[in-house]
Design a protein around this ligand. Sequence first.
Ligand code: CAO
Length: 462
Amino acid sequence: MTIETVRVPDLGGAEEVEVIEISVAVGDRVEVDQTLLVLESEKATMELPSPVAGVVARFLVAEGDKIKKAGIPLLEITIDGAVAARTPTETGAPATPTGAAKSGAAKSVQPARVEAPKPASAAVPAADSEPEPMAPAASAVATPAPAAEVGAAAQNPPPAATGAGIYAGPYVRRLARELGVDLARVSGSGPRQRVLKEDVQAFVRQRLTQPTAAAGGGAIPAVPEVDYARYGLVTTGELSKIGRLTAANMHRSWLNVPHVTQFDDADITELEAFRQTRKGEAETRGVKLTPVPFILKACAIALRDNPVLNRSLARDGAHFVQREYFHLGMAVDTPRGLLVPVVRDVDRKGIWELAAEVAALGDKARAGKLTTNEMQGACFTISSLGALGGRGFTPIVNTPEVGILGVSRAAVQPVWNGREFMPRTMLPLALSYDHRVVNGGDGGRFLTQLVALLSDIRLLLM
Ligand code: CAO
């Protein structure tokens, strides 16, 4: 009995590849050239064929692992006796490029026999943990992964997620789920009609640019292509992974959600005075006490008292999911793009605890260390541009959430108290909501309560 170790082939110039799908399981009998797993670089998707026939003995990598070096062992196959084998020993089998890979970068992925890397045990040197480029962001806002909406999803699972008989890997299924694509309607261009990432993207492109047969013609007019270079010097660049996902999520929200945005100002003069008195204690605790933890707390209370804002619309459009927890997304602007970590159970936490968590999640987001779990499960999102400036903006709802609060920079303004103008610190707030679920009255009550809570923070205790 011989053990064949299958290794990462030459990366063909790619800096990193990700294991996006493991196509066989331990104990499976595989034939020569049968796809074992699928690797993806920035430019290409590659199916890794089995160099031998045998039985899969064990995996040394898992889906999602990122690999930066050829020669890393991926899995072991037990060759039983006289079965055919392309190579008798350790192999970095040539990867088979698929989809876009056929035309471009994949050409450089070469069949290679590679030197065995040193220890096989520490299977894969993981890349810096790149946060799952998830959902959300809004015009000036963010978005948590829709996958987080377990309740709604459980009630109405998208056919694409579970469609039996559809040949697609978990990465492509996840992409389809995120984009709301029914995989059953996508033609696969990969081997054995496998649906590739490029097929899903092409499907979405086609749906967005072609007229629909719907009465009233809901087609989106295509933006004409412009030759910018005709008018001056230009350069081009590629959106980051997070940037691309944010763009897709924002587009989806913009097209699906009828938005309304309401505005109000909270008088946070007392809050600011209180905050200044706690600066010494904040320093002792090693925590920065900004307005954000107070806003989080106020939102959790307003969500509790206005539960409509804590709902999501079920896929059938006739039911809703009511959340009984209060997890709030918080948009963080990072060099990699917009990320939305989630502060859980805000209703059960005190201001100091929230302040520490806001700072920790903000730091983690900027360092690219957020886990997928830390970006899922939000009920409602807050996008604070208060530290940057600006008098107001209209955030885009991070669907399937139904509300988002945009916070702008507080400023001292003259406010008429019935007898005279008084200098008061006013905080501009903008509440955007999904008008399919939230009516103006619901939005108005929510925002009015929020303003009251921030204007008199004693109410946060009630
Ligand atoms: N008005 C006036 N000042 C404000 C303010 C507001 N609304 N909000 C915060 N500030 C002040 C803070 O008090 C702090 O000043 P002091 O140290 O003197 O108290 C300063 O601005 C910086 O705050 P911060 O940004 O470090 O911390 P924060 O708690 O306000 O925000 C976080 C935390 C994570 C939201 C923030 O670090 C961040 O990343 N903000 C960007 C969010 C973003 O990009 N949103 C939009 C998405 S982009 O499309």
